[in-house]
Design a protein around this ligand. Structure first.
Ligand code: G6P
Ligand code: MN
Length: 445
């Protein structure tokens, strides 16, 4: 079985390869093709993979190419984990937004829109090529903003593209852990959009254990989301929000915290990763050790500003291994071998949330088998959550329309309608600021 990884020179590729190395079963991936635009990044990551494979018999064969069509031909699965504009682009997304007093996070608010506007045309081109060159392949999209990018690709690939994110699994795992439940046995009632969802229940053997958590202040305040949102707010909501909702519920504080840091997340990662890729050019570098050290630092500092705003302290040691690669592998196995699994994924709504149309990509538990991912029926969201989901889906649709029509006015509309952008004038300035710094937005007229 052949797996093609787009963004194959990306820093998180060794996580995926590491997960593949644990898979010894029949029908596993035997061939990995890394694709990237940048040769030196491919070389760096291939070095890490070589060291990973050295201690494992029959490790999947790895090749690398900068030719996209060649990478796609004959693929059974395509992982898309690209970053249009690189981490410098991410840092610029943050800087331009913060200068206007709004959030520049890569998936939420103005930053997410800017990143979406330059990623969608590239993702659509990839989707078209997959449809032509590997029509039977399944595409697993990691590229952020993951819900929006998956929806853009689904217009060309239908349900053969599935978006993934590790934050809902991580959230479910943390809740199960504090409740003393086995995460594998727990049914997590989660729904929303990517980075905009809520856990409304966690059932073990048919019994909802979430009320027990909400009733116990010590338990509730003991894990990441309890510390971020505070016990009182979680009780008011009667649900546990995805950590990215911190940017909505505490927007003023997070914007201020990001304005005050010496380096934003994007700027920090741009420097950190540049050092790693530089180090990989030294012939004597210990690739796997350097990669792991860099990864550990990245994990430890994840959402540091949010945690500081909330006085949440350091991350829990158990939360430091995201699980992104495990979701990807579980999804691939379920499809390739018809090993039925329930996973929280980004798929087309198809009536799951009645307030959205059938083609809107949402994040929801799905039953996965050889025929793909099928969203399960869930209870409707409360009005306040429906309001946010509809507003943000409306914005995503404007981003898709702007990318398709190349219309600057539509791009302004996308920014202006976002609940975290508070003025049409700000939206106009954002479009100006972003088109000034991003060559990838030159298409907007
Ligand atoms: C979480 C999010 C991902 C994001 C990742 C890394 O897992 O769900 O969407 O890519 O964190 O975040 P970072 O700030 O380290 O790039
Ligand atoms: Mn994510």
């Amino acid at each position: 079985m052949k797996l093609t990884i787009l963004g194959g020179g990306g820093f998180r590729v060794p996580l995926v390869y590491g997960a593949l190395l644990t898979d010894r079963a029949e029908g596993r991936v035997t061939e990995v093709v890394l694709h990237d635009l940048d040769d030196s990044r491919l070389y760096a990551v291939a070095r890490v993979l070589r060291e990973q494979a050295a201690v494992v018999p029959d490790a999947p064969r790895v090749t690398a190419t900068t030719d996209l069509d060649e990478a796609l031909r004959g693929a059974d699965f395509v992982f898309s984990a690209i970053r249009v504009g690189g981490l410098e682009g991410r840092a610029n997304d943050e800087r331009v937004a913060l200068a206007e007093g709004v959030l520049g996070q890569e998936t939420v608010g103005a930053g997410g829109i800017a990143y979406g506007l330059r990623t969608v045309p590239v993702a659509v081109d990839i989707a078209r090529r997959v449809a032509r060159l590997a029509p039977d392949a399944w595409v697993i999209n990691f590229t952020n903003p993951a819900g929006l990018v998956t929806e853009a690709m689904s217009r060309h690939l239908g349900d053969r593209v599935i978006g993934i994110c590790d934050s809902p699994v991580g959230l479910g795992r943390r809740i199960a852990r504090v409740l003393g439940a086995d995460p594998k046995e727990a049914w997590i009632d989660y729904v929303g959009l990517n980075h905009l969802g809520w856990v409304r229940g966690l059932r073990v053997a048919g019994r909802d254990e979430l009320p027990r958590l909400l009733a116990d202040a010590d338990l509730l305040g003991s894990f990441e989301e309890g510390k971020l949102f505070g016990v009182d707010w979680l009780r008011s909501l009667g649900a546990i929000p995805n950590e990215y909702l911190h940017y909505y519920y505490f927007n003023r504080e997070t914007v201020r915290a990001y304005q005050q840091v010496e380096k934003t997340r994007g700027a920090f990662l741009a420097d950190q990763q540049a050092r790693f890729y530089e180090e990989m050019k030294r012939p004597d570098a210990a690739a796997l050790t350097a990669w792991d050290r860099t990864r550990a630092e990245r994990e430890a500092t994840y959402m540091a500003e949010n945690r500081e705003t909330a006085g949440a302290g350091e991350r829990d040691a158990d939360d430091l291994s995201g699980g992104y690669e495990k979701v990807a592998l579980a999804l691939m196995r379920a499809i390739a071998r018809d090993e039925r699994a329930t996973l929280i994924l980004n798929v087309r709504n198809q009536g799951t949330l009645s307030v959205l149309d059938a083609d809107a990509v949402i994040e929801v538990p799905c039953l996965v088998d050889a025929n793909g991912a099928h969203p399960v029926a869930v209870a409707p969201l409360p009005d306040h959550a429906t309001g946010l989901v509809c507003a943000v889906k409306g914005v995503e649709r404007e981003v898709l329309a702007a990318a398709e029509s190349a219309s600057r006015a539509t791009a302004v509309k996308a920014f202006a309608l976002h609940p975290l952008v508070d003025s049409v004038n700000v939206a106009r300035k954002l479009v100006e600021g972003y088109t000034d710094v991003h060559p990838g937005l030159a298409y907007l007229r």
